[in-house]
Design a protein around this ligand. Structure first.
Ligand code: RIB
Ligand code: CA
Length: 323
């Protein structure tokens, strides 16, 4: 008798998503959550260069899918370089593999032959308008290239939910810019000007989703392999931000994109204008958020600022324990 059957909602009731990602420990936790959530139909996972080079982000994505017990998931490789910049990576945060912490076996599942950008375009065109949500967890290169390649997808996408930017919190890779936006500001500008419904999870909210010893142990204690691996990912990942910010625990960024799809009511923010700095070397990648609406610029995104952090971790812990 199974302890619990993985109740799958009828496909029609499930929200169709594509995850674009640069794993990255926090990306890994977001992907595990998505694959553990029956409300979501993960059509594919597209890897982009970011935290580490593309050869590692696609490999890491496949490792995570197998950790989740999903070797059937479709993983695609996308852009290896930003649109107009030299790639900047973050091994200092994520380790040289990009997934330092647990020892995960080399994957046996295949990487899909199709390019990630073509998969995004083809899938959004094939599905009904308003059906597919894009969840962007890394630099926006793949997303922007898909919008450039086939502008018609902009009006067909249900929504883009992305982790990126920061305003009241400033930046994390420079004083002005958050990493995902900084790496490819031209791509971010294309996405923020696309007219697609946009929900943004900036550092302003992710810095309130702090791990703690208890929260990390809550992943480990059920004793499942995905839970133990999640704790090991976070043990490694939080050390950098704990030292940098002097906090007990580090911010867990990317899973906020997936939790937004599951329980948006735990978040609050404002529909405002955000512009991306692409000219100034000093403030490259800055998300200039008109939080106080002092301009008449178009309100192009829902900019999230607060969350119920305990509920956030409860959702993560409960669902990853199901894998
Ligand atoms: O600044 C944090 C973001 O950059 C996260 O998505 C992290 O994974 C890195 O991609
Ligand atoms: Ca990421």
């Amino acid at each position: 008798m199974p302890t619990h059957s993985k109740q799958q909602a009828p496909v029609s009731d499930r929200r169709a998503i594509i995850i674009d990602t640069d794993p990255g420990q926090d990306d890994a936790v977001a992907i595990l959550l998505a694959l553990a959530s029956p409300e979501l139909d993960v059509l594919g996972i597209t890897a982009v260069a970011g935290n580490v080079p593309l050869a590692l982000t696609e490999l890491n994505t496949r490792k995570i899918c197998e950790l989740a017990g999903r070797p059937d998931a479709k993983v695609f490789a996308g852009a290896s370089e930003p649109i107009a910049r030299k790639l900047v990576t973050a091994e200092h945060v994520h380790g040289k593999t990009g997934l330092d912490g647990p020892t995960l076996p080399e994957p046996t599942m295949p990487l899909q032959d199709q390019h990630a950008v073509d998969f995004i375009v083809e899938t959004v065109l094939d599905r009904d308008a308003g059906e597919v949500t894009l969840c962007a967890l890394g630099p926006l290169t793949n997303v922007a290239q898909a919008l450039e390649k086939e502008p018609a997808i902009a009006e067909r996408l249900a929504e883009i939910v992305l982790m990126g930017g920061g305003f009241f919190e400033g930046g994390n890779i420079t004083p002005a810019a958050e990493f995902n936006i900084y790496v490819d500001p031209e791509a971010a500008k294309i996405v923020f000007n696309s007219g697609v419904k946009l929900t943004v999870m900036p550092l302003d909210v992710t810095h309130k989703a702090l791990t703690s010893r208890d929260r990390v142990e809550a992943f480990r204690s059920p004793g499942t392999r995905p839970g133990i691996a999640t704790a090991e990912l976070l043990d490694f990942f939080e050390r950098y931000d704990e030292a940098k910010y002097g906090t007990n625990g580090g911010p867990l960024h990317d899973p906020n994109v997936i939790v937004w799809l599951l329980e948006p009511e735990i978040y609050s923010g404002r529909q405002i204008n955000v512009e991306i700095e692409t000219d100034s070397p000093l403030t490259r990648g800055m998300t200039v958020a008109d939080w106080w609406r002092v301009t008449d610029r178009a309100e192009n995104c829902f900019f999230v600022r607060d969350l119920d952090d305990q509920r956030f971790f409860d959702i993560l812990t409960q669902r990853i324990a199901r894998l």
